[in-house]
Design a protein around this ligand. Structure first.
Ligand code: MF3
Ligand code: CO
Ligand code: CO
Length: 255
């Protein structure tokens, strides 16, 4: 495997896929309320992607994943499968959307709170987003991925949180997951050197307790071993000549 540097043509298609992905997250936001089920959220997103965007929800049938989006609640780290349980007051939920348009993928996820979150949950969610934004703001040609991973983990640890190591960001394009692996921890001065035209995700998973994870018997749902809360945010990023373009930026969002 090797890192694919995208051509201007491919970048144009990735911009479109990225924008559609951001649009799904903006569309679904007002639906995330107490009493709604994640299956209902899945259906709304599926219909929007297929019928309005004339696109494909990448998770559906991806290595056997049964739904069109991932919904990861409370101690679920990632890859949560939508089901018929209702959201309840105090839940925190990650919605992870991947859209394929014209053969190219956009991938982004957001944390939402239901009702009033605890002070801990709020701080965890904010810290995870800060970790993502710290990473994004470092992206430019010449920077090493080890430096980005180091900075992300440093911030999480300063807030007394832990960083999941078993799952990482990834190159993305015609494939959902391409090289390079983008770890959210690392050693300064090591790793892949960023070059103009690379496209990859950063998607730190930050736990309130210990970093360790396990996969449930459904073979997908990843949870914290100690059942502590977990939060994640994700963007798809293009390395430009001078820095970074966030291909999945939402309206009003400031990095
Ligand atoms: N969207 C996830 C990521 O950020 C991958 C989900 S794979 C699935 O890489 F099969 F669970 F959808
Ligand atoms: Co991803
Ligand atoms: Co994702």
């Amino acid at each position: 495997m090797s890192i694919i540097i995208k051509t201007p043509d491919q970048i144009e298609k990735m911009r479109i896929a990225g924008k559609l992905t951001a649009d799904v997250l903006e569309m679904i936001a007002p639906h995330i309320n107490k009493g709604v089920t994640t299956n209902e959220l899945n259906q709304i997103c599926h219909d929007f992607i297929v019928n309005e965007q004339e696109s494909i929800p990448a998770p559906l049938d991806y290595h056997g994943f049964p739904k069109s989006i991932c919904t990861s609640i409370n101690h679920v780290i990632c890859h949560g499968i939508p089901n018929d349980k209702k959201l309840k007051d105090g839940d925190i939920i990650n919605v992870d959307i991947t859209v394929i348009k014209d053969g190219y993928h956009g991938d982004s996820s957001v944390m939402f709170t239901v009702g009033k979150p605890t002070i801990l949950a709020k701080r965890l969610i904010e810290t995870a987003q800060e970790c993502l934004n710290i990473g994004i703001n470092m992206v430019k040609p010449g920077v090493l991925l080890g430096d980005i991973g180091y900075a992300i983990a440093k911030h999480a640890h300063e807030e007394r949180f832990s960083v999941v190591q078993e799952y990482c960001g990834h190159g993305i394009g015609e494939s959902f997951h391409e090289d390079p692996q983008v770890l959210h921890y690392g050693v300064r001065g090591t790793g892949v050197e960023l070059k103009e035209g690379m496209i990859f995700t950063i998607e730190p998973m930050i736990n309130a307790g210990k970093r360790h994870s396990k996969v449930l018997k459904d073979d997908w749902t990843v949870v914290t071993k100690d059942k502590s809360l977990s939060a994640q945010w994700e963007h798809t990023l293009l390395v430009t000549e001078t820095g970074v373009d966030v291909l999945t930026l939402r309206s009003g969002e400031i990095i």
